[in-house]
Design a protein around this ligand. Structure first.
Ligand code: TNX
Length: 498
């Protein structure tokens, strides 16, 4: 293995591969432009798949051929080429994933040909950075670990009742007040996290530069970032910073425990919409991706019922009840987001038939089938298969305290993304699925990695391969050597046992 020959469009994939090789093997790895020579003995060649090739691959597909004379990867898009590179790394000894030079002498790859492409184009992972704060470096490490498993969407849950985590220049109190709660909360030991200030308050917030760095990292990994700004509910941290945006306008503080809280934006106050549109515009100026998630889940309507401004709004807009007011609210936000050329995503409860067909549904407690039938695109993340905050063992005493439930790796692996009995005509609107990590009881990256790995490996396969290609026994066997890769990558996974 002396070097990489690549066509121009695969410069990024070549750089990615060379960096991994240099870092762990210490071998100087040169990159050459192809100049038309695409079969150089002893080299790793990254080539375009001939356009006329039979059985053209999708944009994320690739062919990897390993022969005694050399290695050749072909794809018709840089996303596919990066997957080829990731697979090649997986075929090398596990030390290739280390970020320090290994003492290993030889670096062999078994011969063979792999032709591969994903079944679903949305293979996501959500990290809740609101309940507990993860530094930009920690979030970046999680993104890279997910991308290693060919996860291509990274959803950042940036705001919630317990904290606001993105600097908004137009509203500085979000970072100053909304990002900090009185203590770690959730009845956790303060020593379980490092995100404290001298006065014992807990929190943190990403600056614009830190977000830009995450955006750069995501681009390098060919991963789309999805920012989520929660509305109209899960807004207690925002309202602590700007109380006049709540019904009643009373001063409050970010929450310090789990639950569904009454802190929701006032739907009768025009300033709410000025605020949210300004925030969203700033978020869109930082995140280049197509999708903007606005939450929409778990909105207790009591405050709206008691609020003269919300009631006046309902009357003026001829809205029958508070549910209709929520639909009106999200319709208005949707128009703003779509006018900027982006697409809105909501959770199950935020979904309403009056929303535009450009809006996507993220199904955690239902609605995916109906939305797909009605013409919306859908991402599936049912609690039963995709909630990585659940216990991994029935023997809770042996596990770190979790939110509850039980999600063994087998159940993640069995995840069948397509809702049952969905007519063929609507299947294409199910874009894929994702795993969600809510972090109420997860105050550190080490614990987050423990909850995510190796369940993420099972999720990655469930989203990539068709049901007929999956077999849990085979997965378990392949997982053993894969754990060595996780270890080399410095990921603190949970050793599968009971
Ligand atoms: C429900 S999933 C929530 C979150 C919680 C999670 C805990 C969703 C849209 N909302 O606010 O953190 O359950 O599992």
């Amino acid at each position: 293995m002396t070097g990489i020959v690549r066509e121009e469009e695969f410069a990024k994939a070549a750089e990615y591969l060379a960096r991994a090789i240099r870092l762990s093997t210490g071998l100087p790895t040169r990159i050459e432009a192809s100049g038309g020579r695409m079969n150089t003995p002893g080299m790793i060649t990254l080539a375009r798949q001939p356009c006329a090739a039979p059985g053209r691959l999708n944009a994320e597909g690739y062919v990897l051929e390993v022969k005694p004379g050399g290695i050749r990867a072909s794809a018709n898009h840089s996303a596919g080429m990066l997957h080829a590179v990731r697979t090649l790394l997986q075929l090398l000894p596990p030390e290739i994933f280390s970020s320090t030079v290994s003492t290993r002498g030889t670096w062999g790859v078994p011969c063979g040909t792999i032709r591969d492409e994903p079944r679903f184009r949305w293979r996501g992972f959500m990290l809740d950075v609101a309940r507990h704060f993860f530094t930009p470096e920690e979030a970046g490490k999680m993104l890279r670990s997910a991308a290693m498993h060919k996860i291509n969407r990274f959803h950042l849950h940036l705001t919630d009742d317990q904290g606001w985590r993105i600097e908004i220049k137009a509203y500085p109190r979000l970072a100053k007040v909304g990002a900090w709660r009185s203590g770690i909360g959730f009845r956790l030991d303060p020593r379980s996290s490092i995100a404290h200030r001298g006065d014992g308050s807990y929190g943190g917030c990403y600056s614009h530069d830190e977000i830009r760095e995450l955006v750069r990292l995501a681009a390098e990994e060919h991963v789309t970032l999805i920012p989520e700004i929660e509305m109209p509910g899960h807004a207690s941290a925002a309202l602590a910073a700007y109380p006049h945006l709540s019904c009643g306008g009373k001063a409050t503080e970010p929450e310090t425990d789990s639950g569904v809280f009454s802190g929701i934006f006032c739907a009768g106050n025009e300033e709410t919409f000025h605020f949210l549109e300004t925030v969203l515009a700033e978020v869109m100026s930082l995140f280049p991706g197509e999708y903007i998630h606005v939450g929409g889940d778990e909105v207790p309507k009591r405050n709206w019922r008691d609020c003269p401004k919300c009631q006046a709004r309902m009357k003026a807009e001829n809205l029958e009840d508070e549910e209709a007011l929520q639909a009106w609210f999200l319709n208005r936000i949707e128009r703003f987001i779509h006018s900027k050329g982006r697409r809105m995503i909501t959770w199950s409860e935020g979904f309403h038939p009056s929303l535009s067909k450009r809006t996507l549904l993220m199904d955690w407690i239902g609605g995916g089938r109906e939305a797909a039938l009605a013409g919306h695109e859908v991402i599936m993340c049912p609690v039963k298969h995709a909630y990585f905050d659940r216990y991994q063992s029935k023997n809770r005493a042996s596990e770190p305290r979790s939110i509850g439930g039980w999600l063994p790796i087998e159940r993640v692996y069995e995840f069948e993304v397509l809702p049952r009995d969905l007519p063929n005509s609507a299947k294409g609107r199910i874009l894929g699925g994702q795993a969600n990590l809510w972090t109420e009881y997860i105050p550190s990256l080490a614990q987050a990695e423990y909850m995510v790995f190796p369940r993420m490996c099972a999720m990655a396969e469930a989203l990539w391969s068709g049901a007929e290609a999956r077999d849990f026994g085979g997965f378990e066997r392949r997982l053993q050597p894969h754990l060595a890769r996780l270890k080399e990558a410095g990921i603190k996974y949970r050793a599968p046992s009971s």
